[in-house]
Ligand binder design. Structure first.
Ligand SMILES: *Cc1c(COP(=O)(O)O)cnc(C)c1O
Length: 355
């Protein structure tokens, strides 16, 4: 018996998530993981690390509740939004029995987290304009405990229509939770569904400090829901899930001045995005899709060779196998965007695709 075969059958079958960092990058211009280009400095205190922290550091929960406009009983913090996904599946889905549902093309971790838990996933593809296919979802809801939506959606960049989310919430009442992944919502805060928490206790919202708050390396995320859902999640989370230095840095990021800095950086990135979108659109060969997050999806001829040409020039983009002929570019500093623009144009003109 090999070590591999000792693993649970479900785990043996898992195809791990291909994170940007696992796939690697080339050169210095990393536009493949939707990270922020802003490297904000924090003072890290390293005393009192002999003591455990609290399970849910009160000041941190309070700070995020205030930022999100909810009460503290509606907030759970975890190791990134990714851990939120995993906790939901572990807490709400009976392995081998209950299913999750999600709508590809979308974020890959819903599939991976459910697969490792031996929970099957039902894929109900988005419509051709990347909106929810509500009739198809309705037909597939039996036995589904969690419906994952992603808005703004990664990698397509568009929002789900609010009335569709409301329709799904009405359709699922008393049957399953609706999880709206709002990892990128700080780039378009007016589109949040957080106000719907009042009316729908089975709505769950995932948030993170990894993107707009420029803290991907910190590993800090939040789950917002009704107190009942948060209470269930608290049963399955590890006893000391939040490292003390993480809580301290996250709290600093969530002070009034921290939030203001984030908002300024968001407006810079949104400006860079608009500029990059406009510039890319000038090439007839490229179709750029409007994006609400800190990334743009674009279609171009032979995207594989464009990806490779950029890679060879030290610019790393993200391939999007679920959206054929497309690439995703994260919004960096304007210098980084310009560098990407240059190599993308070069690659296309080398193909003869551009006049
Ligand atoms: C980046 C991302 C996450 C993961 O966030 P972490 O807090 O870094 O774990 C979750 N959902 C989506 C859609 C993302 O793009």
């Amino acid at each position: 018996m090999t070590i591999q075969t000792l693993a649970r059958a479900a785990v043996q079958a898992v195809e791990p998530y291909k994170s940007a960092r696992r796939l690697g990058s080339s050169g210095d211009i990393w536009l493949n993981a939707n990270e922020s280009p802003f490297d904000n400095e924090y003072v890290i205190q390293s005393n009192r690390l002999n003591r455990y922290g609290t399970c849910q550091p009160e000041a941190l929960i309070q700070a995020y509740a205030q930022y999100a406009g909810v009460s503290t009983e509606q907030v759970l913090t975890s190791r990134g939004a990714d851990e939120g996904i995993e906790l939901l599946i572990r807490a709400f889905c009976e392995p081998g029995q209950d299913d999750i549902l999600y709508c590809p093309p979308t974020y890959g971790m819903y599939r991976v987290s459910s697969a490792t838990a031996d929970v099957s996933s039902r894929e109900v593809p988005l419509t051709p304009d990347w909106q929810l296919d509500l009739p198809a979802i309705a037909e597939n809801l039996a036995g589904v405990k969690l419906c994952f939506l992603c808005s703004p959606n990664n990698p397509t960049g568009n929002l789900n229509r609010r009335k569709d989310i409301v329709a799904l919430l009405e359709m699922t009442q008393g049957k399953s939770l609706v999880v709206v992944d709002e990892a990128y919502i700080d780039f378009c805060p007016e589109a949040s569904t957080v106000d719907l928490l009042q009316d729908f206790p089975h709505l769950v919202i995932l948030r993170t400090l990894s993107k707009a708050f420029a803290l991907a390396g910190l590993r800090c995320g939040f789950t917002l829901s009704s107190p009942d859902v948060i209470e269930v999640l608290l049963k399955v989370i590890a006893p000391y899930p939040v490292p003390t230095p993480v809580a301290a840095i996250a709290q600093e990021a969530l002070t009034t001045s921290g939030v203001q800095r984030m908002q300024q950086q968001v407006s810079t990135l949104n400006e860079n995005k608009a500029r990059l979108q406009q510039e890319l659109s000038q090439s007839e060969a490229i179709t750029v899709f409007a994006g609400e997050g800190n990334y743009l999806l674009f279609r171009c001829p032979d995207s594989e060779s464009v990806f490779q040409a950029c890679w060879d020039q030290g610019v790393t983009l993200r391939k999007t196998p679920a959206v054929p002929e497309c690439l995703r570019v994260s919004i960096g500093s304007w210098e980084e965007c310009e560098a990407a623009l240059k190599v993308i144009r070069q690659a296309l003109s080398a193909q003869g695709a551009v006049k």
